[in-house]
Write a protein that binds this ligand. Structure first.
Ligand SMILES: *Cc1c(COP(=O)(O)O)cnc(C)c1O
Length: 417
């Protein structure tokens, strides 16, 4: 348990999270979270917070959101038993198939939810930022669906690296704004999006992509993504006759993980978040924020971040762009501090190996991000024979083919064997 919390404090905070009492009125998950933003941004955040309070659990919003999840996103996504993987691991492995959701990952749950919210708040247009482009694509699709113009801010360097996603966003009707300032990657894109938001907080809605940032985003994104865990819980009971022993999810900012974990917090299920271990333990070699980071403020939230001794935020490395982030959502920081969720990491090589194994065993090309969860689950199975394992299969790996082609497949086909 973290030195940040006393034992009695930790159990009280855990109970409060389970009961839906967190974040508190100031947007805090115990010591974490809050809203650390410049004065100029305060009115925009306050307006959003009010809007979330008013609409998110309102019957009309929920009716529209649930209908879009069903008819446009394709929910509920399947829960799939993995018989060949189970046999090879000596476990019972179940996959929650977010790769089957529209646009190929869980990100669309959040994007469509916030796009509907934007419309209800009377926004004239939506802005979003993206690094690898996946959130940009989901935002562009969701905005097209609700009929709002969408501008996606993207670092010039990222635009070059992720050219197919830039094209995809444009085809989905979004404007992609090249950010030439700062590091010309995600951080600069966020700064630019925030600068734009300030100019017209009533007309613009800022659609954030993970359970990170200043209040109310970590709460809003968790609520929208919790559909994953709610469905999985019910499907496990119906299809497997009971709850799993353990659930795994990969953690970048933490939105698919909190969506899977939050509805399972009160259950007797071990919960394990898996970060990117990259190429090693050194600063800059990984994105294992919770495993190796320290408390600090990043993007308006007090959480665990990767920083050097002077508080300079560190660059990260991961083979998967979606996990390549130097912070993590504040609710995860709390769940780690209370001991309820364990956070470990899997390296680039382990992730690649797990991806190949899943492909060959079950015919599922999973995302490189997701592969980290598989790698960790596989190690767990070795130490816990017969365990019933649920894995959040956050997205599909088609987008990763350019990376994967650099690593020739080790798996041989049956015909060639
Ligand atoms: C973006 C992404 C992630 C990481 O984001 P979280 O907010 O941590 O969920 C994980 N898996 C896939 C497939 C993604 O596209």
């Amino acid at each position: 348990m973290s030195a940040l919390l006393q034992a009695d404090e930790a159990s009280a905070l855990l109970e409060a999270t389970i009961n839906g009492e967190l974040p508190d009125a100031s947007g805090r998950f115990g010591p974490f979270g809050g809203r650390y933003v410049p004065e100029t941004l305060v009115p925009a955040f306050e307006r959003l917070e009010q809007g979330v309070q008013e609409h998110l659990h309102d019957a009309a919003f929920q009716e529209e959101f649930q209908r879009e999840l069903r008819e446009w996103v394709g929910r509920p996504t399947a829960l799939t038993f993995a018989p060949r993987l189970s046999e090879s691991w000596g476990a019972k492995v179940w996959l929650k198939r977010e790769d089957l959701a529209h646009t190929g990952a869980h990100k669309i749950n959040n994007a469509i939810g916030q796009a509907i919210l934007a419309k209800r708040l009377g926004a004239q247009r939506v802005i979003a930022e993206t690094g690898a482009g996946q959130h940009g694509v989901a935002s562009a699709a969701a905005c097209a669906r609700v009929g709002l113009p969408c501008s996606v801010y993207m670092g010039a360097v990222d635009m070059e690296r992720q050219a197919p996603n830039v094209d995809r966003m444009r085809r989905l009707g979004a404007e992609v704004v090249a950010v030439e300032t700062g590091d010309q990657t995600l951080r600069a894109a966020i700064d630019e999006a925030l600068r734009t938001w300030v100019t017209d907080p009533e007309g613009i809605y800022y659609l954030l992509g993970s359970a990170v940032g200043a209040h109310p985003y970590p709460y809003l994104v968790r609520e929208l993504q919790s559909v994953i865990g709610k469905e999985a819980r019910q499907q496990m009971i119906e299809q497997s006759g009971g709850l799993p022993d353990v659930a795994f999810a990969c953690v970048g900012g933490g939105s698919n993980a909190i969506g899977l974990f939050h509805p399972l917090l009160a259950d007797d299920i071990e919960l394990i978040g898996v970060e990117a271990g990259g190429t090693g333990d050194g600063l800059g070699q990984n994105a294992a924020t919770l495993a190796t980071g320290t408390p600090g403020v990043l993007q308006g939230s007090y959480t665990i971040i990767l920083q050097d001794d002077d508080g300079q935020v560190q660059e990260t490395h991961s083979i998967s762009a979606g996990l390549d982030y130097s912070g993590v959502g504040p609710e995860h920081a709390l769940l780690q501090a209370t001991g309820r969720v364990k956070y470990i990491s899997a390296g680039d090589d382990e992730a690649l190996e797990a991806l190949e194994e899943l492909c060959a065993a079950e015919g599922i090309l999973t995302a490189l991000e997701t592969s980290h969860a598989f790698a960790a689950a596989r190690n767990y199975a070795k130490e816990n024979p017969g365990a019933k394992i649920l894995i959040g299969n956050s997205g599909r790996g088609d987008k990763d083919m350019p990376t994967l082609t650099k690593y020739p497949a080790r798996t041989r086909s049956h015909a060639g064997a």
